[in-house]
Ligand binder design. Structure first.
Ligand code: CP
Ligand code: NVA
Length: 306
């Protein structure tokens, strides 16, 4: 089984992963060792930079008793033109699972088609499933549930927004988005999520979107790979900043989330990210616990409810 998008998991598995990650975090904090992946190797093949995804997967694998190999395409024959499908067939004879971070989603799909071991999406241009799993875990930790909350996305309709839409469909969430014209998320994903039972709304302005919010989410205006559009984006996203004035319209106990890295002064102010509503550091920590739940599930089949 691969984890390329959240639909590869489905509703039941997503719900189980949240509970399992919370349980693995609890055990870890108590110092209880758990090493189900002794002798297993995870390959991290990254074609974009990373701090959280790389390090949390490496530490997760270490804590579970396994080991990791990190490569970029430049370190390998991929950089000299060896086809992705040949690479997939070869490396899946060596390692037990592969995390890929790349540009076009089709590239990870092609790898997965030719891989005999589970492939995990560590971010593509259109999806960031592992991040959103850690995010929903954080929502459950902070709010006790994901049900009946007003969850808001303000900013770019990017990979993060798409994965939030997917999880909204799977879990039946209430999600309000406000994105500038020309920067909307994937329409097809919105349609599917609505059919699955998500309540998805698009607000004309960030002010309208954030009113009464329980969870506020944003992300950079210029994602990796979009750098050529930086100036155009800065203009388009003016007014989409999460600052203290905007946040006053949300519920007083709302949580503010950001997958990081953040660009203070652009999509979010220093005052908000450092403020009492911000949960970004716990959110980042939860990447580790969620990666462990994901790896356990994909590599051992454990962590499923019986
Ligand atoms: N949030 C996230 O994926 O961070 P990195 O780019 O540092 O991995
Ligand atoms: N949307 C951002 C997320 C970074 C973790 C990007 O793709 O660059």
């Amino acid at each position: 089984m691969h984890l390329l998008t959240l639909h590869d998991l489905g509703k039941e598995a997503v719900a189980e992963l949240i509970d399992r990650a919370i349980e693995l975090k609890r055990r870890h904090k108590r110092g209880i060792p758990y090493r189900p992946l002794v002798g297993k190797t995870l390959l991290l093949l990254f074609e974009k930079p990373s701090t959280r995804t790389r390090i949390s997967f490496e530490v997760a694998m270490t804590q579970l008793g396994g080991s990791t190999i990190f490569v970029t395409s430049q370190d390998t024959q991929l950089g000299r033109g060896e086809p992705i499908k040949d690479t997939a067939r070869v490396v899946s004879r060596y390692v037990d699972s592969v995390v890929i971070r790349t540009h076009e989603h089709e590239r990870i799909e092609e790898f997965a088609r030719h891989s005999t071991v589970p492939v995990i999406n560590g971010l593509t241009k259109t999806h960031h499933p592992c991040q959103v799993l850690a995010d929903i875990m954080t929502v459950v930790e902070k709010k006790g549930t994901y049900e009946n909350l007003k969850i808001v996305w303000i900013g770019d309709g990017n990979n993060m927004a798409n994965s939030w839409i997917e999880i909204a469909g799977l879990l039946g969430l209430r999600l309000t988005l406000s994105c500038p014209d020309g920067f909307m998320p994937d329409e097809g994903l919105v349609e599917v999520a609505r059919k699955e039972g998500a309540e998805i709304e698009f607000a004309e302005t960030p002010e309208e979107a954030i009113k009464g919010a329980d969870v506020v989410n944003t992300d950079v205006w210029t994602s990796m790979g979009d750098e050529e559009e930086k100036e155009k984006r800065e203009k388009a996203f003016k007014g989409y900043q999460i600052n203290d004035t905007l946040l006053e319209l949300a519920n007083p106990d709302c949580i503010v989330m950001h997958c990081l890295p953040a660009h203070r002064g652009e999509e979010i102010t220093d005052s908000v990210i450092e403020g009492s509503n911000s949960v970004v550091w716990d959110e980042a920590e939860n990447r580790l616990h969620m990666q462990k739940a994901i790896l356990e599930r994909l590599l051992t089949g454990e962590g499923k409810q019986r």
